[in-house]
Design a protein around this ligand. Sequence first.
Ligand code: ATP
Length: 453
Amino acid sequence: MPDLMEKIVSLAKRRGFVYPACEIYGGFANSYSYGSYGTELKNNIKQLWWQTFVHNREDIVGLDGPILLHPKLWEASGHTKGFNDALVDCKACQKRFRADHLVEEATGKDLEGQLDEMSAALTEIKCPNCGKQDWTEAREFNMMFKTQMNNVSDEETAEVYLRPETAGAIFVEYKNVLDSMRVKIPFGIAQIGKAFRNEIVAGNFIFRLREFEQMEIEYFISPDTEWKPLFEKWLMQQEKFALGLGADKKDLRHYEHPDDKRSHYSQKTVDIEYKFPFGFKELFGLAHRGNFDLTAHSKASGEKLDYFDQEKNERYVPHVLEPTFGLDRSLLVALVAAYHEEEVKGETRVVMKFPKGIAPIQLAILPLSKKEELSSVARDIFDNLKTDLVCEYDETQSIGKRYRRQDEIGTPYCVTVDFDSLEDKAVTVRDRDTMEQERVKIEELEGYLADKY
Ligand code: ATP
């Protein structure tokens, strides 16, 4: 359904959700800016995540670490050497591709990490761009963005990376969290923030970006914990979060990484995939990472990163379960799942049916005309409700056009103030999904809406 994707990309720009960045300079490397409604939607998704996994739980605490971290961290975690993708160039048209993706699309074989096999398979594959068959060898490409610190003379330490995932910042603060917060195993540390990856091919709108946001948790458990039921529970919680974005259960599935594709320290890794208009792709991930990270950082830093378990009276390096969520991909799910077209009186109505809890605007207040007598009533309603709900006041254009606009933004309720309102002290409340209209007394409006939210 590439058509659906085109419609969503176009609506996202037209209605202020997502703009292609730097368009005045011809656009820039698959980067995007979130517009006003996109920013509201993104903030609501972050808020929902933080509420679900931090505020609603006693066993998870928050963190907000830096993007630039000590380069030794990335050596210890294996990123400097191993955070690579395979790339290949078409010598005829100079276009660059992810070698493993090309091979997988053409043959169905997943040869990730096997460069020679990829180069051999490419001898049978034509360039999707120019149709020729003239490839360079497949080669490794490190996906971390490098930059320089200007206050260090030593070349090696001057070179720093923009973090390629948020998790690293969590592991290096494990000891501080342990010392400052009253956490007891099992406990988690949660973080939302930017990550940067020099993706060979970015694309599919905001699905694969070079700069994106992750919402990650490191959940520390004792090494002898019966971890399998806990793993299943996390998967269910991740799935529930996806449903909260508006995803349909039938559009979610699990992909378990086979033994030979999994990192050596991981006992189990599962991707939660969503049926995007361009096919089932990873939305979230869950990995059992053993005690790999804490052990590696302890060894590299010389600091003890263990845990004293008072109940068991023993010391150990905790194991960790890592549920990870992409924020931009979550927002894309919200857009895809919300997009509906309906036939109404011979016309197509486009409506974004966001779950009420994440809709960018919760209430639109629309006086039927700009006349002072109506707008003063409407402004009073706006002023009264704006601290409880995210409201938008709009008195431009015909009421039909304003409804259409609010439908495309996904506003669950519109309040219309008309001339009768001056007499009966009531307004019309229109429901986005059913389009039903109800007359509600102005003095009862606040309670009426409180029941809806
Ligand atoms: P993929 O296989 O799609 O490249 P990955 O397995 O490398 O993803 P992880 O390293 O597990 O992804 O990252 C955790 C989460 O971060 C992913 O589930 C996804 O939601 C998000 N993510 C990863 N890479 C990107 C990207 N380039 N753009 C947007 N979101 C991303």
